[in-house]
Write a protein that binds this ligand. Structure first.
Ligand code: PLP
Length: 345
């Protein structure tokens, strides 16, 4: 007997490559990318740079690496990048920006990661003189992971771009799930991308590729980042097999992200039917649902859900996260919502 399938909503990174994607990867033309000779990597770098309205791209092993390289292009050691208190670059990249590149970070408070230009303006201090740390860049996240997948308001993104221009500082986008924002709002990827000096995007989240992220920027910036990537030991050789997976994902899995958003709303609705205050339905904008576990510890709820065949992540003392993706159906997500909701009754 095979074990019943786990409805795994811990993250949208858990997907397995589809048969079509595996075939595309197996057939990819490859070469040595450190020599700049992998045609599939180069094609992907050009494609994604153009999609995001930038000159050049650098294919990276992870979103964390793309962020670390992107932020470093804008910030010198001893300077700071500012971001919101829930930002992935601050909470979840193992302190790499400080540990590897000697940058400091300061954060502004946010509700669900939602961008507010006044909050940003209140902490930005470029050219701070001999006593204070100078701000060299602002980083924002869209969609916002720990904020529950919220989509940033375009007017706020533009207002912060204007602020950065006026103050002469850089602007980085952690766009690991920018695809989800684009599918939800219909705003062109290039319109989002062109607001920023550096942008990272991931293929290994909702798009369902097994590995890979892209950093885009000017050709001069990307040339610098390529050197730094190699310095960190993250240059790669016949990576075209991975780039082919990413390219396949763009061709076949971009517009279907809308299905994940429907599935997330279905999950949330099923939770709320049983535990009305556990999810604020108005905040379910893309493929992430944050569930308030009330008096129960999140870890207890996550463990009980796992025993019932549903994977969710405990993200805070009383907060669990469910993320929908292409390896789960709308019906499975609704079933998972019933399981989690029953635990919170
Ligand atoms: C918003 C955001 N940025 C960056 C990353 C880092 O991506 P990776 O896990 O590929 O390093 C993640 C990962 O989940 C993320 O959610």
């Amino acid at each position: 007997m095979t074990a019943p399938k786990m409805i795994d909503l811990r993250s949208d990174t858990v997907t397995r490559p589809t048969a079509g994607m595996r075939a595309a990867m197996a057939e990819a033309a490859v070469g040595d990318d450190v020599y700049g000779e992998d045609p599939t990597v180069r094609a992907l770098e050009e494609r994604v740079a153009a999609l995001l309205g930038h000159e050049a791209g650098l294919f990276c092993v992870s979103g964390s690496l793309a962020n670390v390289l992107g932020v470093r292009l804008l910030v010198e050691p001893g300077q700071e990048v500012v971001c919101d208190v829930l930002a992935h670059i601050a909470r979840a990249e193992m302190g790499a920006h400080a540990a590897v590149h000697g940058l400091t970070m300061r954060t502004w408070p946010s509700v669900r990661g939602r961008l507010d230009v006044d909050q940003v303006a209140s902490i930005v201090t470029p050219s701070a003189g001999p006593y204070l740390v100078s701000t060299a860049a602002v980083a924002v996240e869209n969609t916002h992971n720990f904020g529950g997948g919220i989509v940033q308001d375009l007017a706020q993104l533009e207002a912060v771009a204007e602020l950065c221009r006026e103050r002469g500082i850089g602007y980085h986008l952690d766009g690991a799930r920018l695809w989800n924002a684009h599918v939800t709002t219909g705003v062109e990827l290039s319109r989002y991308g062109a607001l920023f000096d550096t942008v990272s995007v991931c293929f290994s989240k909702g798009l369902g590729a097994p590995v890979g992220s892209m950093l885009v920027s000017t050709a001069a910036h990307i040339a610098r980042a390529r050197v730094q990537r190699k310095r960190l030991g993250a240059g790669w050789r016949q990576a075209g097999m991975l780039a082919a997976g990413a390219s396949y994902a763009l061709d076949h899995h971009l517009t279907r992200l809308a299905d994940d958003h429907v599935a997330a709303r279905g999950f949330a609705a099923a939770v709320v039917e049983r535990a009305p205050s556990a999810v604020d339905l108005a905040t379910v904008e893309t493929n992430v649902v944050m569930v308030d576990t009330g008096p129960q510890p999140a870890a207890t709820v996550a463990a009980a859900a796992a025993r019932s065949g549903v994977g969710v992540s405990a993200l805070g003392p009383h907060l669990v996260r469910a993320v929908t993706h292409l390896d789960v159906t709308v019906a499975e997500c609704a079933e998972a919502g019933r399981v989690v909701g029953d635990l919170l009754r």
